[in-house]
Ligand binder design. Structure first.
Ligand SMILES: C[S@@+](CC[C@H](N)C(=O)[O-])C[C@H]1O[C@@H](n2cnc3c(N)ncnc32)[C@H](O)[C@@H]1O
Length: 375
């Protein structure tokens, strides 16, 4: 089946043949990942201004090669890799059909990376990216782009699987998309540090059922040490929903009672990333590189605008959950955030959902400043 994406024509397998969930024999293709791919193209454009030296792009898990074709269209020197021979045949056809002479290799990406360096590596697997993280951080010069679709292990809903895959303890909280992102970032940043490399997230988003992040690399051990210093733990109360953060590789103590309400329903998650998940200025540059022919232009624009304005501290609150806790009807997000600003607090929308917001204050302070009136 022929589809058009980003102004290019690509041959992909049909969803009716199991292409979308990877269930059938056909080469994987998921049309709902167009937002992910559109933002990737805008990142590749923005990254050229930031690091003009970056030239080579490895579409490490190419399937139809759609990412590779789109990167080649941006002038990158592209290699597609996949362990599925049908995928590689299709990726070759799609590169050639669009007039690009990129390479397509039928090989395990860990072996491909063992043999050579790339400036930008894009890891887009089924489920967890961790089996590919070591090879990616050891053999990439500038930027590692990562998708993780195993959101249930990441956010603590499938906790044992999360512990196995990410060597960390995730907890299922009311801010589960951010929990997932920070658990993933913690694991990726620790993996990069094994190679004396600092991996800094310059853009991240959690959309639908996946996490996407772009990590810029710096091969200085001192920078890797500084990245490790931004790992830590979240202590969360299931009753009052307050959460506290603690930096370090070991929690000083795991609270048995919530310091805010004395409940014994406390959870500790980590180690996870407590640093910024994106650079606001870079998100703005990426937004300026979206183009209107992109199928998800409006959504991507809105998403990046929110990320640009998002306060970059852990963790977001859900306004509906807080209003439920306070026993009041929810008002509009604009009204709610304005009330926080009027009271002199920093507050912003957060991209995780329409009711997500960031405010570095406690729930008690937020309630006093912005809780809507009871009916
Ligand atoms: C989710 S799909 C990739 C989708 C594609 N990047 C896109 O945007 O449409 C994952 C692909 O990874 C491939 N794959 C799985 N394990 C691999 C490995 N070890 N090395 C290379 N490719 C692998 C699968 O064959 C599959 O085509």
């Amino acid at each position: 089946m022929r589809i058009a994406e980003g102004g290019l024509e690509i041959t992909v397998a049909d969803a009716r043949d199991g292409a979308q969930d990877g269930s059938g024999d056909s080469v994987f293709f998921n049309p709902t990942q167009e937002l992910n791919r559109d933002i990737t193209v805008a990142v590749l454009r923005a990254y050229r201004d930031r690091e003009p030296r970056a030239e080579t792009y490895l579409d490490a898990m190419a399937a139809s090669g759609i990412r590779g074709v789109r990167a080649a269209n941006e002038g990158y020197s592209v290699t597609c890799a996949d362990i599925d021979v049908d995928a590689i045949d299709l990726a070759k056809e799609n590169l050639a059909g669009n007039g690009f002479d990129g390479e397509a290799i039928h090989r395990d990406v860990n072996a491909v990376l063992h043999d050579g360096y790339y400036d930008i590596v894009d890891i887009d697997p089924f489920g967890t990216p961790m089996p590919f993280a070591d090879a990616a951080f050891a053999n990439t010069r500038d930027l590692v782009c990562v998708t993780a679709t195993d959101t249930a292990p990441l956010c603590g809903a499938h906790q044992k699987s999360g512990i196995r895959k990410y060597s960390s303890l995730p907890q299922n909280t009311d801010y589960h998309p951010e929990m997932g992102l920070r658990i993933l970032l913690g694991a990726l940043i620790r993996t990069a540090a094994r190679y004396d490399t600092a991996a800094t997230p310059i853009l991240s988003h959690v959309s639908r059922h996946y996490v996407r992040t772009y990590l810029e690399l710096d091969n200085r051990a001192t920078r890797a040490d500084r990245a490790i210093e931004q790992l830590g733990f979240i202590h969360h109360c299931e009753d009052c929903l307050e959460r506290d953060h603690e930096y370090g590789l070991f929690p000083q103590s795991v609270p048995e009672h919530c310091p805010h309400c004395d409940s014994n329903r406390t959870l500790t998650a980590g180690p996870l990333w407590l640093g910024p998940t994106a650079e606001a200025a870079f998100a703005g540059v990426v937004r300026s590189h979206l183009s209107e022919e992109m199928g998800t232009y409006k959504r991507a624009h809105r998403l990046l605008e929110t990320i640009e304005g998002e306060i970059n501290t852990p963790t977001h609150y859900d306004q509906h959950k807080l209003c439920e806790l306070w026993g009041v009807p929810a008002n509009s997000m604009d009204e709610f955030i304005s009330a926080l600003h009027d009271a002199g607090y920093d507050a912003s929308n957060a991209h995780y959902s329409g009711t997500a917001f960031k405010c570095p204050e406690t729930i008690k302070t937020i309630e006093a400043a912005a809780a809507p009136e009871k009916d």
